[in-house]
Design a protein around this ligand. Structure first.
Ligand SMILES: [Zn+2]
Length: 426
């Protein structure tokens, strides 16, 4: 076991989470992997810093900025009975003061390197292959779909595929929010790296991995991420690539943008300008957004019209996911509820409470509107009755720079073990 280090989260909070959610008051080895690394990681951060065409989320105000938030708080969330570090009524969570500069890569540098926020599709595929080869009994990697530009959308299957308890996690459905791919990849590595010595409450990581199965899509929108990282030349299909320039011109003509580099860097959609998190069949008719392909807020021609949306649905259907997590940026907040009722609402509240205690982020109840609908979590909660939350990592403009990664990692390091512990019995 590793020394307890509670820089990002109090031991009390973790114990309280277990008391609240698992009825367990036993000693905790937080294994808090607090440690990310690198003091030499500023190159990509400067990209975000120079990006001025976005509104920052005002710390301590009622909602995140319209340009960033995937949902907006409409009603007050009830207060969990025990959540010392997280008040679900406050939104967004203030940025932490001077996050500790880590001395080593959070999950170990064996596979996934957190040296740069510019973590690419190709690097992710290499790292997934190497991890699966190193831990063949614990991790398999498959494809749950193919993007418009022909990229496999990988699904990392971590744990016991024969389990009855399956948890779906997807990240980077919004292109510029690709810092979350790094989070998801390091969560996989962290669980694998500590499978033999990690403990959560009274359960070993090995026990947890035999009891549940995670289905993790670290990059749901690989074409969009590639556009955000490298511009439209990252798209190999000529028709799609030309279409991107048409979309840019249309947004210029409409006064939605004046720049070009910042336009691509802040791209959220897929390779034909569909905002995938407005492409789900939950409030899709009601959602307005923009009526033409764009960098964001265009819902597509019909629900689930896009192969990347279908890939997420395929993965969830194939495993019969019992809960889902969507990673986005930014705001340090957890969206939940979506207008659910009864048992689904109660279960979504319990999930939000667990995530709130583990991450230190505040919960924010969100209900659909014409400006805010057709998202992935909305769909799973409202249509499938599957408890789901959206976690918004980071506090500054997207793309989030690597200087924020240590605090983001610290908030998310032990979320998977906590989910496994909580849901291992259904
Ligand atoms: Zn997003």
């Amino acid at each position: 076991m590793r020394n307890i280090n509670c820089a990002g989260r109090s031991i009390l909070a973790v114990c309280s989470a277990i008391v609240l959610l698992a009825g367990c008051g036993k000693a905790v080895d937080t294994n808090s992997g607090n440690a990310p690394a690198d003091t030499t990681l500023s190159a990509v951060g400067s990209l975000a810093a120079s990006d001025t065409d976005s509104a920052k989320a005002p710390a301590g105000s009622g909602t995140t900025s319209a340009s960033e938030a995937e949902s907006s708080a409409k009603t007050e969330a009830p207060t969990p009975t025990a959540a010392p570090t997280a008040s679900p009524t406050a939104d967004p969570t203030p940025a932490p003061e001077s996050p500790a500069v880590p001395s080593e890569d959070p999950a170990g540098i064996d596979f996934v390197s957190a040296e740069t926020a510019l973590y690419t599709y190709e690097q992710m595929m290499t790292d997934l292959s190497e991890m699966a080869a190193a831990y063949p009994d614990l991790l398999t990697v498959t494809s749950c779909g193919t993007s418009l530009d022909g990229r496999d959308i990988p699904e990392a299957i971590l744990g016991n595929p024969g389990s009855e308890h399956h948890i779906l996690i997807q990240a980077s459905i919004h292109a510029r929010e690709y810092i979350n791919t790094l989070v998801a990849m390091e969560q996989i590595e962290y669980f694998l790296h500590h499978h033999a010595d990690g403990m959560y409450a009274d359960a070993s990581y090995d026990q947890l991995l035999s009891s549940v199965c995670f289905h993790i899509l670290p990059m749901s929108n690989p074409d969009g991420v590639s556009i955000s990282q490298f511009g439209p030349d990252a798209i190999r299909n000529e028709e799609l690539r030309n279409g991107l320039y048409d979309i840019l011109q249309n947004d210029r003509d409409g006064g939605r943008t004046s720049g070009e580099d910042s336009y691509w860097r802040r791209w959220k959609a897929n390779a034909r300008g569909v905002d995938l998190n407005r492409n789900f069949d939950a409030g899709w008719d009601m959602y307005e957004g923009v009526p033409y392909p764009s960098s964001d807020h265009y819902k597509g021609t019909s629900p689930a019209s896009e192969p990347e949306t279908q890939a997420i649905l395929n993965a969830a259907d194939a495993c019969n996911a019992m809960i889902t997590i969507s990673y986005h940026s930014m705001g340090g907040v957890i969206y939940w509820d979506y207008g659910s009722t009864g048992e689904v609402y109660d279960k979504d509240y319990a999930l939000m409470s667990l995530v709130s205690v583990m991450t230190g982020y505040s919960g924010s109840s969100s209900v659909q509107s014409s400006q805010d609908a057709a998202g992935c979590s909305d769909y799973f909660v409202l249509v499938r009755g599957v408890p789901s939350v959206t976690i918004e990592n980071g506090w500054s403009e997207c793309p989030i720079g690597i200087e924020e990664y240590p605090s983001i990692w610290n908030a998310n390091a032990e979320l998977l073990p906590a989910l496994a512990f909580t849901y291992k019995n259904g």
